[in-house]
Design a binder for this molecule. Structure first.
Ligand code: GLY
Length: 389
C-alpha cells in the first residue's frame, strides 16, 4: 500500500495501516511537513461549529473523543510527547455584532446537544484577566482542547518508522493505472513504486496529481492561512498564566484565535485567503492579525514575535473531508480536511485503516465518501443535514 503525501493525514493513515499488518510506504520529499507546521492545533469541534455542517460535527466530535486514547498510543509508539492539553476554549465578543453572532452560535450549539456556557463580559475577564475591558460576553467551552501539531507530525513520523513504514523521499509525479486499477506511482526522481492500493493524501495538492482520471480527481482547493508565533512571559509557579486557555473571537468579521502552549509558545491566527498556492507572509496579514489581537488582548504587543508563517488548508466544496474508496479500484482518498485536519487526525487514521483492510468505510465515515461529489454517488451518500448529533 502506498500513501501519497506525508503530512499528518498521510502519516496517520500509514501508521494505522502498518499497525494492521499492511505493508506500507509513503511518498513525500519532506514527510512530517505541510499544513501541520503552520496550524495552531485547536481541537475546536464545538467553537468552530457552522450552520449546515452538523454532519461534519458528528465526525469532529468522534475524533475529539478519541484524542486521549490516541495521544496515549502515539506517545507510547513514538516515545515523544504531542502537547495534548485539556485547557478548554473561551470565545468572546468585542461588540454588539459579535455578541449577536455568538448568541446564534450558542443557540446552534445547544440545539446540537453540545456543552457551551454563556458568560457575561465580566465573567470572561474573571477567567482571563488579560482580555480587553470592552469584551461584551462570551462562550465557555470546556471540551475544546489543543495539541501541538508540529509535535504531532514528528511523533507520527517516528511511529511510522518504528512500525516499518518505508519512506520514499521524493514527490509523487504521477499515479500509475494498469488494467483499470491504481497500481502505484512514478516519483519525481524517476523511481517507480508499485502498490496494490494507493491513498491520495496530498493536502491542497490532491487535485493535481497527474494520472488520476478526471472523474475521481478530488475537488480540493487551497485556502491560505497566515499565523504568528509569540513567546509568552515566564510566570513564577503558582502565579496566573498570561492566558490559561484558547481564546477566540471574530473581529470585524475576521476569525481570530490565540492558543497558549505549555511550552511558552502563543500561536496567533489566522487569515483566510483564496489566493491559490501562494504562501507569502504579507505585511497586511501580519498587521491585521496583530491589530485584531491587540483589540482582544492588549498585552500581546509586549510579547516577542518569534515566527510568521503561512500554510494552505485543503478545502472541499462542502468543507468536509473526502475519505475512502473512489470509483477507480485501488485508489482511496484522505484529503480535504480544511480547518479540521489536526482535530480529524485520530478518526481519519482509524477509518482509513479499516477501509484499506476491508475495502469499506465504517458507518461514521460514510457521509464523507468521495462519491458524494459524483452525480450518482451523491444520491447514495446524501445525509439529512439537521440530523441530531
Ligand atoms: N482551524 C483553524 C484554522 O483553520 O485557522
Amino acid at each position: 500500500m502506498l500513501v501519497i503525501g506525508g503530512g499528518i493525514i498521510g502519516l496517520v493513515t500509514a501508521w494505522r495501516a502498518a499497525c494492521r499488518g499492511l505493508r506500507t510506504a509513503v511518498a513525500d520529499p519532506a514527510p512530517g511537513g505541510g499544513a501541520a507546521q503552520v496550524a495552531a492545533g485547536m481541537l475546536a469541534a464545538v467553537t468552530e461549529l457552522h450552520y449546515g455542517e452538523q454532519t461534519l460535527l458528528g465526525l469532529n466530535l468522534a475524533s475529539a473523543r478519541r484524542y486521549p486514547e490516541f495521544t496515549a498510543e502515539l506517545e507510547e509508539a513514538s516515545g515523544a510527547r504531542i502537547g495534548y492539553r485539556r485547557c478548554g476554549t473561551l470565545a468572546v465578543a468585542l461588540d454588539a455584532d459579535d455578541r449577536a453572532h455568538l448568541r446564534d452560535l450558542h443557540a446552534l450549539q445547544i440545539r446540537s446537544g453540545l456543552d457551551s456556557q454563556w458568560l457575561t463580559g465580566r465573567e470572561c475577564r474573571r477567567l482571563e484577566p488579560m482580555l480587553a475591558p470592552g469584551v461584551r460576553g462570551g462562550l465557555r467551552v470546556d471540551g475544546d482542547h489543543q495539541v501541538d501539531p508540529r509535535r504531532l507530525a514528528g511523533a507520527l513520523l517516528t511511529a511510522c518508522e518504528r512500525a516499518g513504514v518505508v519512506f520514499h523521499r521524493s514527490r509523487a509525479a504521477r499515479l500509475t493505472v494498469d488494467g483499470g486499477r491504481a497500481s502505484g506511482a512514478v516519483l519525481a526522481d524517476g523511481g517507480r513504486v508499485p502498490a496494490g492500493q494507493v491513498v491520495l493524501a496530498g493536502g491542497s495538492w490532491s487535485g493535481r496529481l497527474a494520472g488520476v482520471p478526471e472523474a475521481v480527481l478530488p475537488p480540493v482547493r487551497p485556502v491560505k492561512g497566515q499565523v504568528l508565533r509569540l513567546r509568552l512571559p515566564e510566570v513564577p509557579a503558582g502565579s496566573p498564566a498570561f492566558l490559561s486557555r484558547t481564546v477566540r473571537a471574530v473581529v470585524r468579521g475576521n476569525p481570530l484565535y490565540l492558543v497558549p502552549r505549555e511550552s511558552g509558545e502563543l500561536v496567533l491566527g489566522a487569515t483566510s485567503e483564496e489566493l491559490g498556492f501562494d504562501t507569502t507572509v504579507t505585511a497586511g496579514g501580519v498587521y491585521e492579525l496583530l491589530r485584531d489581537a491587540h483589540e482582544l488582548v492588549p498585552g500581546i504587543t509586549e510579547l516577542p514575535l518569534v515566527e510568521t508563517c503561512a500554510g494552505l488548508r485543503p478545502t472541499s466544496p462542502d468543507n468536509a473531508p473526502l475519505l475512502g474508496p473512489t470509483a477507480l479500484p485501488g485508489l482511496q482518498l484522505a484529503t480535504g480536511h480544511f480547518r479540521n485536519g489536526v482535530l480529524l487526525t485520530p478518526v481519519t487514521g482509524e477509518v482509513m485503516a479499516e477501509a484499506l483492510a476491508t475495502g469499506s468505510l465504517p458507518d461514521l465515515a460514510r457521509p464523507f465518501s468521495p462519491a458524494r461529489f459524483t452525480a450518482r454517488g451523491a444520491e447514495r451518500a446524501r445525509v439529512p443535514e439537521e440530523q441530531p448529533v
